[in-house]
Design a protein. Sequence first.
Length: 218
Amino acid sequence: MVGLNGIETQDRPRRLGQPLGWTTQHRWCWEGKRPQIDTTTEKVETAECRELDWWLRVSCDAMRSDWKNLNDGMSNPPALSFEEVILRFVRIVPGDPSRDFVPAYHFRILLLDGADVGHINFRVGDTNHVRICAGHIGFEIGEEHRGHGYAFEACRAIAPFVRSIYDEVIITCDPDNVASRRTIEKLGASFMDEVPVPEHDPHYKRGSRLKRRYKWVP
């Protein structure tokens, strides 16, 4: 692929949270980064500025197109289950770039007798909202069904599908959410760090101030 000033660039291996098929240029634009420009000189040629502006417009247009393709191109997952839990696929929740939201697979968590005990989401994409707050995997078990390990079983059920898209993903929880921490650690996820929740993120408005982040190899 030809990059700025005709220099050929190559895609790098998929990194944590990076969708399949994304190029280096898309990652720069996605992460809000610009190509490095030599700042040791006081003057930048007008032609180079025009080329940079053109390149950024094209990259951002490509990113928006990729996001739309990601929404449109996501296929229904296979049947997923583990021990006492069956995942019933409900729908694909569209991404919302204006809110830093990515597309997500939404499942209900069912028991073998058909009882609905909660839900689990698998987010496909890589934004600050996902990396810092939401994580790629999110789950919730109804209060009356907690304490039976259903969240763990739901994560084990969804693991093969997650593995078909990512080599590793991020899972987060609030530091005081002991049940979620136990579930995540039982999965064998590795603790990464504890980070502050940005004030503009929806999780902040819900009262979250810190997030524990884990790396999970499904």
